[in-house]
Ligand binder design. Structure first.
Ligand SMILES: *[C@@H]1O[C@H](CO)[C@@H](O)[C@H](O)[C@H]1NC(C)=O
Ligand SMILES: *[C@@H]1O[C@H](CO)[C@@H](O)[C@H](O)[C@H]1NC(C)=O
Ligand SMILES: *[C@@H]1O[C@H](CO)[C@@H](O)[C@H](O)[C@H]1NC(C)=O
Ligand SMILES: *[C@@H]1O[C@H](CO)[C@@H](O)[C@H](O)[C@H]1NC(C)=O
Length: 270
């Protein structure tokens, strides 16, 4: 599968993209649009031929963004992007400032560049698990599929799986999660006319009890603390009472020891 994708990408680098010019058929100018990938750069070009009024400049447009503008009168215009096709796929347009203006379309088309929304997901036993993959690249995905642990496709009909897909996203819902059956690696696969791509999501299912562990831990901690404080307080009480009674006689006590020490020292000296 990886070799196939790499092959189709290499082929894409040489791909000549067709052109589409606005205007009435027959008398309309013809735009040759082209994209080439060369040492880390992408060069988009438009070359117009046929009847057209004076060119007062050009614009390169992507979505509603103007990427480049000039005021030359050439029938040829180019726009360079640093990077790879996979990172810049999409629909681009070269605009000739004539009256009326003439537009050429340059599509950078790649195999699906699929990523998992999250590489690992976890759910609780009995809950619904949701795994999501997306494809931001152009053109959109025509077919999405899901498989589990390298086995056969997961089908919507099986009852517990619900698959919802669009051109740039797919979502697999697994109803009533089961620890033994549903834990594993899920692979989403995307296909468009330029190739395929996939991503893997690891799903872990925890038991309901596991979800309670952090809470039980806190409860246990609080119980231990309360017990320790309780025992400490109980042991401390009698000491405190003694200390208070001792209060007045404390100097006496220390005098007594001093005497004793002296006696010992004297005895030792003798
Ligand atoms: C570019 O892609 C769009 C959308 O898929 C399509 O309608 C259009 O014909 C393509 N243009 C060229 C020049 O291939
Ligand atoms: C543009 O196209 C014309 C033929 O229509 C060709 O003679 C010319 O060399 C092309 N220009 C470039 C820069 O490719
Ligand atoms: C995906 O497609 C939806 C509509 O089909 C669009 O609203 C959304 O912006 C698209 N997301 C991306 C990342 O292209
Ligand atoms: C799966 O079923 C849901 C409804 O249960 C539906 O909305 C969805 O389109 C179906 N998906 C596929 C891929 O058939």
């Amino acid at each position: 599968m990886a070799a196939g994708a790499a092959g189709s990408r290499a082929l894409l680098a040489l791909l000549v993209v067709g052109a589409m010019a606005a205007g009435a058929a027959g008398t309309s100018p013809d735009i040759k649009a082209h994209v080439a990938e060369d040492s880390g750069k992408l060069v988009l070009t438009c070359n117009m031929s046929g009847p057209y009024s004076t060119i007062k400049g050009h614009e390169w447009v992507h979505g509603d963004k103007v990427l480049q503008e000039d005021e030359t009168d050439s029938a040829f215009t180019s726009y360079t992007i640093e990077g790879k096709m996979e990172e810049h796929s999409g629909m681009y347009e070269c605009v000739y400032k004539t009256s009326p203006e003439i537009r050429g379309q340059v599509n950078i088309s790649v195999a699906p560049q699929v990523t998992a929304y999250k590489k690992s997901e976890h759910g609780n036993e009995g809950d619904t698990g949701v795994l999501t993959c997306k494809n931001p690249s152009f053109p959109p995905v025509t077919t999405w599929s899901w498989s589990k642990n390298g086995e056969s496709d997961l089908q919507n009909a099986s009852g517990r799986y619900i698959i919802k897909s669009s051109g740039n996203k797919t979502e697999l819902r697994i109803l009533k999660l089961n620890i033994e059956e549903d834990t594993g690696d899920y692979r989403c696969n995307a296909v468009n006319s330029y190739g395929s791509g996939d991503a893997t999501v690891n799903l872990r299912v925890r038991s309901r009890l596991a979800a309670l562990w952090p809470f039980l831990g806190i409860v246990a901690e609080v119980l231990v603390l309360v017990t320790i404080i309780f025992i400490y307080e109980k042991r401390r009480k009698p000491d405190e009472v003694l200390d208070d009674d001792d209060g007045g006689s404390a100097p006496l006590k220390s005098n007594a020891t001093n005497h004793k020490d002296k006696n010992v020292r004297q005895r030792n000296a003798n």
